[in-house]
Design a protein around this ligand. Structure first.
Ligand code: M6R
Length: 622
């Protein structure tokens, strides 16, 4: 949430910063702004709304500079308006700050500063930072005064935050701070970059250093100095990134979401290539997890938010049904304030595409601490599933399964969901193989099915995209949708509904099909279409009966089903077709037409598919 970029070096800073913001805009797009030090003065240009508005303003407000910080905002405190846009400055125009995060004790600091005569111009929590910092700066600062003032300020702040700071008296220095919100430094030749996400830096360098919590860095054209919050000097070295998957271009697609839907066969294939060995081996899965995970785990707890939580629900089904391990799935945002009693020998799994979701990280950290306090009572392990192994998640968990989903830009998750599902299939099979809960023959059959998935996803996209677009035209005015599924496809009903809500702003609910008659069926009439996931398998007939019950209430029925399924054909008004597949593997296929349906409805309505209102890609605040 919110994106920060900074540059210091020998090139013109503004265009570098604006291009960086463009690559971070998925983190928030309520307003954008930039601050530079030009001819000994601090210049700040800000605009409400998307980056486009800031670009336009900058055409007439030119401030050439070789240093600057910039920000794209997802509003937390204060409406999306220019006066609340970052960078924020102190009342003397000496200090500019960009922030990603929340300052929890800002009211208290603000009251104190107002008492001292400081005047505020925004409703944000961020504005207290430059004002407080300014109060710690001597009239004529020199040497380390700026750094010391930053340290004093940071030690007063409570919350989770990442900061980029400029001071007019230090025209070749940016100071950045990380406290539970991501920041990465990029190393060039005589120039340095910083950003909330490496995507903003990769056009310039692949040599990076991820700040850790509790670190301050000073960036100048001659180098980077690293400190802790006591200003003790730290020494860590940058590393080279593998940039293979860092692409932030639409590659000819109209939207990132559509491109990412099309990338799903490759994502599945890449996951298989990384983690599947020859079927002739004793265990065809090689996740290379700590062996204690396999021997000690008696139950699993999955912590996640949003789409990742839906992936966790599919994971629960697989881990329980294939590997026989009792598994619970918790919303991280709820769990952190009402944790379950601790059980020894639990494997906790955090699932997060970005690896930066504040609630998921906080719940995992809390769990780690709880287990450490009780360590003598049993063993525990904490595992992360993410497509961003370099993210903050790595600082919280002991081991990561890299989903190899690559960077996702569209705010609505698509390929990262598929990648998370694949990780759960492989994890469940790995456990099943090592614990002998499934026969070798059964495991080999499932693996064979997994290997067919890339081709089958490709087939759905190739054969169904146009049909789904045509169906979507009929629903651009629809107000409410219901999605139903059972068993392993119940989470897909939830995911289908979430996709539609997020990008088309149509109210949609996902329900277990059998629950409809316990209340939600009262919602149904001819104006509420029902999407039912009915693939051959154990619950096929049950879902079709539930769909019939909806039809009897005049609901228009859309089935996610196979065109070879004659019974389904006779029940549904429209079919979003998927190939015949084992029910166990079906979620990887059934979710694809639902992504396409949501995409086309939103595109037909002319909505901003990649940057839907009120949302941001990385939810780095609580
Ligand atoms: O990065 P994460 O996977 O932790 O994000 C969790 C949710 O914020 C995310 O899945 C959100 O629900 C997506 N916008 C769904 O499309």
């Amino acid at each position: 949430m919110c994106g920060i970029v900074g540059y210091v070096g020998t090139q013109e800073a503004t265009s570098i910063l604006i291009n960086g913001l463009e690559r971070l805009e998925y983190r928030g797009y309520d307003s954008a702004g930039i601050a530079t030090v030009t001819r000994g003065e601090l210049h700040c240009v800000r605009a409400q709304g998307k980056l486009f508005n800031l670009r336009q303003k900058l055409e007439t407000e030119v401030n050439p500079s070789q240093i600057g910080i910039a920000h794209t905002r997802w509003a937390t405190h204060g409406v999306p308006a220019e006066h609340n846009a970052h960078p924020h400055r102190d009342m003397y125009n000496r200090v500019a700050v960009v922030q990603n995060g929340i300052i929890e004790n800002y009211q208290e600091i603000k009251a104190e500063l107002i008492n001292q005569g400081y005047q505020f111009t925004s409703e944000t929590d961020t504005e207290v930072i430059p004002q407080l910092l300014s109060s710690y700066l001597p009239a004529k600062p020199q040497g380390d005064d700026f750094l010391i003032a930053v340290q004093k300020t940071v030690n007063r702040l409570q919350g989770a935050f990442a900061l980029g700071i400029l001071c007019v008296d230090y025209s070749d220095e940016i100071i950045i701070v990380r406290h539970q919100a991501p920041l990465v430094i990029g190393f060039g030749q005589g120039e340095f970059f910083c950003a909330s996400d490496v995507t903003a830096i990769v056009p310039h360098t692949s040599t990076v250093l991820y700040l850790e919590n509790g670190e301050i860095a000073r960036l100048t054209p001659i180098g980077v100095e690293l400190y802790d919050f006591e200003l003790k000097r730290l020494r860590r070295f940058p590393r080279n990134l593998d940039l293979t998957h860092v692409s932030v271009d639409k590659d000819g697609f109209k939207h990132f979401m559509l491109k990412e839907i099309h990338e799903q066969p490759t994502v599945v294939q890449s996951c298989l290539d990384h983690y599947l060995k020859n079927e002739a081996e004793d265990n065809p899965i090689c996740l290379n997890l700590d062996p204690q995970i396999y021997t000690n785990t008696q139950q699993i707890m999955i912590l996640a938010c949003g789409t990742s939580w839906h992936a966790g629900l599919v994971g629960k089904y697989l881990l329980e049904q294939l590997a026989g391990i009792p598994t619970s799935v918790q919303y991280a945002s709820e769990y952190r304030y009402a944790p379950s009693p601790i059980l020894p020998n639990t494997l906790t799994i955090g699932v997060t595409q970005s690896g930066e979701t504040a609630d998921t990280l906080a719940a995992l950290s809390m769990e780690k601490q709880r287990y450490l306090n009780l360590s003598r009572e049993g063993k525990f392990k904490i595992l992360g599933i993410t497509s961003r192994p370099e993210s903050s998640l790595a600082q919280v968990v002991e081991q990561i399964i890299n989903t190899h989903g690559g960077i996702e830009i569209g705010v609505a998750s698509t390929k990262s969901f598929i990648a998370q599902l694949m990780s759960f299939y492989l994890l469940a099979l790995d456990f099943a193989s090592r614990r002998g809960t499934l026969s070798r023959e059964k495991i080999n059959n499932i693996v064979k099915g997994l290997r067919q998935l890339p081709g089958q996803i490709e087939e759905i996209i190739r054969e169904q995209n146009r049909t789904i677009e045509a169906i979507a035209h009929q629903f651009s005015e629809t107000q409410d949708f219901i999605f139903i599924g059972r068993g392993i496809n119940f989470p897909i009903a939830l995911e289908g509904a979430l996709k539609l809500k997020e990008i088309s702003y149509i109210h949609a609910e996902g329900y277990p099909a059998g629950e409809m008659k316990h209340g939600p069926i009262a919602l149904l009439d001819a104006k509420v279409p029902v999407v039912a996931i009915a693939v051959p398998g154990e619950v096929h007939d049950k879902v079709l009966s539930n769909a019939q019950e909806a039809k009897a209430r005049d609901a228009r029925l859309i089935g996610v089903s196979s065109l070879d399924d004659r019974v389904a054909l006779s029940v549904f008004d429209d079919i979003l077709s998927v190939p015949m597949v084992d029910e166990l593997l079906s979620p990887i296929l059934t979710v694809i037409p639902l992504q396409l349906l949501a995409y086309h409805i939103a595109a037909i309505k002319g909505l901003d598919v990649d940057q839907p209102r009120n949302l941001a890609k990385s939810v780095t605040v609580e």
